[in-house]
Design a protein around this ligand. Structure first.
Ligand SMILES: NC(=O)c1ccc[n+]([C@@H]2O[C@H](COP(=O)([O-])OP(=O)(O)OC[C@H]3O[C@@H](n4cnc5c(N)ncnc54)[C@H](O)[C@@H]3O)[C@@H](O)[C@H]2O)c1
Length: 254
């Protein structure tokens, strides 16, 4: 791939990016190809540092559980100290659980809402002040087709609720921080092949799913990374509060 300067000189923090076959890591790789320096945030600091090193020596990894407000604050401060600033935040960390409404126990509700929704708030709260100081920034948040159609394929209703919450939170932040030159947008992927669903789809189910996808394939992490690149770059300079579907046509809006 040719080197582009779309993100030249920018520092991008990406949560949940240590999983090597995940969307966060694909996004980190693509952003680095386009000139950004990457800060990978994930539960295990060593795994985050190893993932960052795979991209190149200038990139860094940090331990950060996004459900822990103090940990988000510490990570943001460390990134700014190590790399000079934070220009881009990708709120990507997330978990899912395939259960039905009547089977959602309080602990599962808390766990799914905490990582997928509360984590977006906490990490954004930690990073926004640095963006305000810089005179702007771009935040992109991970939602899901599950938020739009009331369930994706594998996530339960609590996952749909959390990902729908992300859309509301991101739109409200877009409205609040536009004045600071900070854009906030979301992506809503369909079914993307990563560790979150690996081994969980039978051949029969896969055929059934593909019948509902006009592009006739499941998504790959780099499909979502491309949408994040657009939202992080000046190509989307007048776009805020928007939602980009990355679903192969699985859901086409009226
Ligand atoms: N794969 C799909 O089909 C799909 C579709 C729509 C949305 N998503 C969303 O995309 C995001 C990335 O998922 P993926 O498919 O790449 O899966 P993945 O499991 O490969 O990646 C998720 C990452 O989040 C990290 N993580 C989990 N809890 C965390 C926490 N508390 N703090 C920090 N990091 C944490 C994990 O360690 C992992 O690295 C998730 O938010 C997921 O809900 C995935």
């Amino acid at each position: 791939m040719t080197v582009s300067s779309l993100l030249a000189g920018k520092v991008a923090a990406i949560s949940g990016a240590a999983s090597l076959r995940g969307i966060g890591m694909a996004t980190a790789r693509l952003f680095a190809e386009h000139g950004a320096t990457i800060a990978i945030l994930d539960l295990d600091g060593a795994a985050a540092a190893e993932a960052a090193a795979l991209i190149g020596p200038q990139h860094r990894g940090y331990a950060c559980n996004v459900t822990d407000r103090a940990a988000c604050q510490t990570a943001a401060e460390q990134i700014a100290a190590d790399l000079g600033s934070i220009d881009i935040l990708i709120n990507n960390a997330g978990i899912t659980q395939p259960v039905k409404t009547l089977d959602i126990d309080p602990a599962s509700w808390d766990r799914i809402l905490d990582v997928n929704l509360r984590g977006v708030l906490y990490l954004s709260q930690a990073v926004v002040p640095f963006m305000q100081k810089n005179g702007g920034g771009a935040i992109a948040c991970m939602s899901s087709v599950s938020a739009q159609r009331g369930g994706g394929i594998l996530g339960g209703p609590h996952y749909s609720a959390a990902k729908a919450g992300v859309l509301g939170l991101a739109k409200a932040m877009a409205r609040e921080f536009g004045i600071d030159g900070i854009r906030v947008n979301c992506v809503t992927p369909g079914l993307i092949q990563t560790d979150i669903n690996a081994g969980k789809i039978s051949d029969e189910k896969r055929t059934e799913i593909l019948a509902g996808i006009p592009l006739n394939r499941l998504g790959e992490p780099k499909d979502v990374a491309g949408a994040f690149l657009f939202l992080a770059s000046p190509l989307s300079s007048y776009i805020t509060g928007a939602v980009i579907d990355v679903n192969g046509g699985m859901l086409i809006h009226g």
